[in-house]
Structures are given as structure tokens and as C-alpha cells.
Design a protein around this ligand. Sequence first.
Ligand code: ADP
Length: 228
Amino acid sequence: MIHMRDVSKIYENGVLALDHVSIDIGKGEFVFVVGASGAGKSTFIKMLFREELPTSGELEVNGHDVVRMEHSEVPYLRRGLGVIFQDYRLLPDKTVFENVAFAMQVIEAPRRLMQRSVNAVLDVVGLRDKYKNFPSQLSGGEQQRVAIARAIVNDPAIVIADEPTGNLDPETSWDIMDIFQRINAAGTTIVMATHDKTIVDTMQRRVVAIEDGHIVRDEAQGVYGYEV
Ligand code: ADP
């Protein structure tokens, strides 16, 4: 599903953000990526949807050769991925329904299929009754649930999340994690960068710890590992 071999990333300013990182993530896994601020978590996450390219090394995501692929292939890579950010990134002038439908219009889905799929994912995140609301009319947790609905509407093989609970209170964060658990139980691979020690320690999933651009720990049922 994800095969990373000896991947390094040097930014244009000379910062070595990832240093010969190798990792394999299989279908259906739930992986937390943890580490201090500046460790390289976001860089690692951004490689997966080709927001950043490795400077060297090999990376295969969902059958795509991320390093060698043509630019025209990038949309095919991204169609198989659902990406979720800390700051939700919804379109402010579109409703909940439109924000989710927009992700499908991009792939030119037939209208009836689109409506059915949008309603179904709004059910998954418990927001069907708010389909007419604009993002500004929703709480942070609700906005993140819309972002999750948008991420899963095309039935991606992998959901990639960068600090998805970073702006949320603990209770709302657990609502988000419950949704992730359900999505994962249905077979979707989840890779989530997080600072949330309680979530990581409670869920006992695979934990990959990054420090100074290196993977320093990779445990099947891990914990966050140090106090924050
Ligand atoms: P984390 O997500 O763990 O906080 P990042 O992957 O964002 O870490 O950053 C890793 C290192 O790369 C840091 O030193 C950071 O300053 C640097 N970095 C991140 N993005 C860029 C960029 N676009 N240009 C230059 N340096 C960057």
C-alpha cells in the first residue's frame, strides 16, 4: 500500500527534513505518526499525496510510483487518497453538501450517484441534518467532520490526516477518532500525524515515531512514548 525506501527530503533552504526513511504500511493498517514539532511528520505526510517530492529514494503509494509519475498522473494518485488537515480547509462560500459534492464533481460523477454518495458520507459523520449550513455556521468539530466526509466520499484506499484533532477539545477529538475507527474497520488504511498523547496511548495502534528526520521507533501497539 505504502512503500518508502531510503527517502530523504532536503528543502530549498537546505533543511534536511527526512533522512533516509524506510517504511511499509499495509492495507487496513491504522498508523499514528508522532514526534516533536519540526521532527518531520508533516513532510512525511506530504510525501504521501505528493505535495512534496522526495529529494532521493523510492516511494510507492497505492500502486503509484510517486517519484517517477508524470504530472498528469497525480490526480489518479490523489483520487485514491483522502486528505484531512488540522485547519479543515473547507470552501467558505459553499454549503456542507456542496463542499462534499465538490470533491466528487472533480471526478465527474453522475448526479444521482453524487447525491447518494454525499448523503451516505454525511450520515457516516452524523451531519446529514446540517447539509445546508455554511462552514461558518458549524463548530470546529463539525467542520472537521465535513472535511472527513469530503475525504471519504470517493471511497479512498488511504486516509491521510495531519493533526486532525489539533484544533479540537478532547471530547470533540474523540468524536473524530470514533469516525476514523469506523472508517478503518471498513478496511480503509489510516495514516495520522498527531501530538495527542491521550489518543495515541488509548487506541494502541501502530506508532511510528519521527525524530530529526529519522524513524526512531515503530511499534505495532505503541504508545506516544514521552511526555508532552
Ligand atoms: P513536523 O510536522 O514534525 O512539525 P515538518 O515536517 O513540518 O515537521 O518540518 C521538518 C523540518 O523541515 C523542520 O526543520 C521545518 O522547519 C522544515 N520545513 C518544513 N517545511 C519546509 C519548507 N516548505 N521549506 C523549508 N523548510 C521546511
